[in-house]
Design a protein around this ligand. Structure first.
Ligand SMILES: NC(=[NH2+])NCCC[C@H](N)C(=O)O
Ligand SMILES: [Mn+2]
Ligand SMILES: [Mn+2]
Length: 301
């Protein structure tokens, strides 16, 4: 029997420092996520949205802590909440499906998923999200979650951010095409495996995703999949804050997430960076919904 799924909304926007992406969970629900998952034969429960500090109660530059990481205190507060919820969901033998929100929420999802288990991560994204507060050109935490989870640079020993049961060797990034200079260097010198869009061009998505699955499942108890909608080409997914041309096609994306389902290793899933204000007729949210269903086992036939 397939495990049930629990939808967990994380309506953040401070990690992208741009309004609108906080409406992602609502747009994805409106696009029919629960129905789609049920049609894939999965029992779905919606836990609603986790509380996020209101815009006028936030502090963009807290005096202490990780300098140059905007709204880091809010990130800590909400990450802790997400981590607890994800861990509790897994303890119920249920698959957490976390809806962003900006990609800073991945810090919490990974910490929760890796609290009591060794996990791997597949990161479908145009970006590396491998900056640290020191290397980040923007200070936006949605460009830092992998570095945070892995305890790189300023994030070393930051308990709430580090994903306990996650090693660099089990992290695979897929579809990269926009990296900052220092971020490139950090990825190169780390033990993560990075597949750029050039790799996809040369080898095809199927082979690349096969390799990514091997990296993430090697010696682990399961895989956390983080799907940033800007992984797709902006023609398919216009409703994102940081679009980059040359992304995955609709068909590549579906087939990649179907591969994830077929591998039978999915432990937790998150879908991030859907910004309804920038979207056209909710098509990016609809795509997010369909791709989540594919990852959880929905099939054409
Ligand atoms: N999850 C995202 N959309 N990340 C975009 C990050 C962009 C840029 N690399 C930065 O650090 O600011
Ligand atoms: Mn991205
Ligand atoms: Mn991202």
């Amino acid at each position: 029997m397939t495990r049930p799924a629990r939808i967990i909304g994380a309506p953040t926007d401070y990690g992208a420092n741009r309004r609108g992406v906080d409406m992602g969970p609502s747009a994805i629900r409106y696009a029919g996520l629960a129905k789609q998952l049920e049609s894939a034969g999965i029992t779905v429960e919606d836990a609603g949205d986790l509380p996020v500090p209101l815009a006028d109660e936030r502090d963009p530059e807290p005096a202490s802590g990780l300098a140059n990481a905007k709204f880091i205190e809010e990130v800590e507060e909400v990450s802790t909440r997400i981590a607890d919820e994800v861990a509790a969901t897994l303890a119920d033998d249920t698959t957490p499906v976390v809806l962003g929100g900006d990609h800073s929420i991945a810090i919490g999802s990974m910490a929760g998923s890796a609290r009591d288990a060794e996990i791997g991560v597949i990161w479908f994204d145009a970006h590396g999200d491998f900056n640290t507060p020191t290397t980040s050109p923007s200070g936006n935490v949605h460009g830092m979650p992998l570095a945070a989870a892995l305890g790189i640079g300023d994030f070393e020993g930051v308990g709430w951010a580090n994903a306990r049961g996650l090693k660099e060797e089990n992290v695979a990034l897929v579809g990269l095409r926009d990296l900052d200079a220092a971020e490139k260097e950090a990825i190169r010198t780390s033990d993560v495996t990075a597949f750029t869009m050039s790799d996809v061009d040369e080898r095809g998505m199927t082979e690349v995703v096969d390799d990514a699955l091997a990296v993430a499942s090697d010696g682990t108890d399961g895989v956390h999949v983080s799907l940033d909608l800007d992984w797709l080409d902006p023609k398919e997914a216009p409703g994102v804050g940081t679009p980059v041309r040359g992304g995955a096609s609709y068909r590549e994306a579906h087939s990649a997430l179907e591969q994830v389902a077929s591998a039978g290793v999915l432990r937790s899933l998150e879908v991030v960076e859907v910004n309804p204000i920038l979207d056209q007729h909710n098509e990016t949210a609809e795509l997010a919904t369909e791709l989540a269903a594919s990852a959880l086992g929905k099939r054409i036939l």
